[in-house]
Design a protein around this ligand. Structure first.
Ligand SMILES: Cc1cc2nc3c(=O)[nH]c(=O)nc-3n(C[C@H](O)[C@H](O)[C@H](O)COP(=O)(O)O)c2cc1C
Ligand SMILES: [Fe+2]
Ligand SMILES: [Fe+2]
Length: 393
């Protein structure tokens, strides 16, 4: 797709509707967009490449925008292959083009492209690159958002922030909209993308937001998802909440898995009890069937979590184990959690879940754990009611 995003700035990114899983694990119900841009001034700069899967279309877009001219610069903000895969091919085709990137990225370049030896301009925090009148690019380091070499750049006169993966989302632009204001539900897939890919790096994202706060940003041009130009406060506020592990939506997320239905019935009873107590929002997920990345997202979105799990071979039922392990891996923090365990001869799942949550920072596990034996009985209801009322406080 080729679109003008401002005077002299073209979008040359590509939608991929065929890919099954992003980064080998995230489902893509609406495809994926690999954004890339060309700044056309006295000098011509390509802003990142695209994934190898969309090489032909990206190269055709680039050629169309270049009209036979040779690009002067290829700016690489991030070395992950979904944006950097076509660096070597592009520099082979245009040997006089200078690769503009950071020192950390340069170290990775040879790992991805053995033997590559291009013309390079190494940039660091605060450096500028003049592309022509009114086209000054200024570079900022964004380490660990979500790789160590990441940089962003700011086209000062146009106020365009090339934000790398920050402010990206799942979804092809042909499906969700080219501009953020055309996207009815930007937050849904942006949140799933953010927490699963950047969730661990809240501190680093906060640092990037601080830097962006000092700039007069009019447009955010990320490497995935729509280009954001209106109501930027909405997106910046969400990023601020997410990266500070704040509560976006007051309410409780009930996550469960079940082999024979006993644990599910207890979890769904908990949903009913919370609703009856007037809990502002109650969301639930079956961890065996629902998208795990969405469950991770919801655990961060809501202020409180309840996890219900059967005991399994002396341990914790594996779908629930996977979920809690993912929360650990993504730096889940600053939350309250209530636990429901189930077992037919020696329930263990509650203790194991408690131990896993105890390893996380600022996570408060509510006492006591509710124990169900095989199936929920009338006698179990008071304990469930007590947990519902404690977590709803
Ligand atoms: C493969 C398998 C392994 C199990 N391992 C244990 C166990 O080690 N200890 C225990 O108390 N119950 C164990 N159980 C029993 C279940 O935890 C128990 O029946 C529970 O009620 C199942 O909940 P559900 O109806 O939500 O699947 C096991 C059940 C299965 C099917
Ligand atoms: Fe990335
Ligand atoms: Fe990416």
């Amino acid at each position: 797709m080729i679109r003008q995003i401002a005077g002299g700035i073209s979008y040359i990114g590509v939608d991929d509707l065929a890919l099954d899983l992003f980064e080998g694990q995230y489902v893509l119900p609406e495809g994926m967009a690999y954004n890339s841009y060309v700044i056309d001034s006295e000098k011509i700069a390509i802003m990142d490449t695209a994934d190898a899967d969309v090489a032909d279309t990206w190269q055709a877009n680039l050629k169309e925008v270049l009209h036979g001219r040779t690009p002067d610069y290829l700016v690489a903000h991030h070395m992950e292959p979904d944006h950097a895969a076509l660096i070597a091919k592009t520099l082979e085709e245009y040997p006089s083009c200078t690769l503009v990137t950071g020192a950390v990225a340069l170290k990775m370049l040879g790992q991805f492209f053995p033997g590559i030896d291009p013309k390079v301009l190494v940039v660091k925090e605060g450096d500028t690159l003049e592309l022509g009148p009114g086209k000054t690019l200024r570079f900022f380091a964004a380490p660990l958002v979500h790789w160590p070499e990441v940089m962003v750049s700011f086209l000062e006169e146009d106020g365009i922030l090339f934000s790398a993966d920050a402010f990206g989302k799942f979804g092809a632009l042909g499906k969700c909209g080219f501009w953020g204001d055309e996207d009815d539900d930007w937050a849904c897939e942006a949140r799933r993308y953010y927490f699963n890919i950047c969730g661990k790096y809240g501190v680093q994202v906060q640092k990037l937001l601080e830097k962006a706060g000092g700039l007069d940003v009019k447009v955010i041009a990320p490497l995935h998802g729509p280009i954001l130009r209106e109501n930027l406060k909405y997106y910046l506020d969400l990023y601020n909440t997410w990266s500070s592990y704040g509560v976006e939506t007051p309410g409780v997320f009930v996550a469960y898995a079940s082999m024979h239905g006993g644990t599910r019935a207890a979890a769904l009873k908990m949903v009913e009890l919370l609703k009856a107590l007037g809990c502002p929002k109650v969301s639930s997920a079956d961890l065996s069937r629902d998208d795990m990345a969405e469950a991770v997202e919801d655990a961060f979105r809501y202020g409180k979590l309840i996890v219900a799990a059967p005991t399994y071979d002396g341990g914790l039922f594996t779908p629930v184990h996977n979920f809690i392990h993912l929360l650990q891996a993504k730096g889940w923090t600053r939350r309250r959690v209530g636990l429901i365990e189930n077992g037919s001869w020696a329930p263990q799942s509650g203790r194991i879940m408690k131990d896993m949550f105890a390893q996380m920072k600022d996570v408060d596990v509510i006492d006591p754990i509710v124990t169900i034996r095989s199936v929920m009985k009338e006698a179990d209801i008071p304990a469930l009611e007590a947990l519902a009322s404690t977590i709803n406080q």
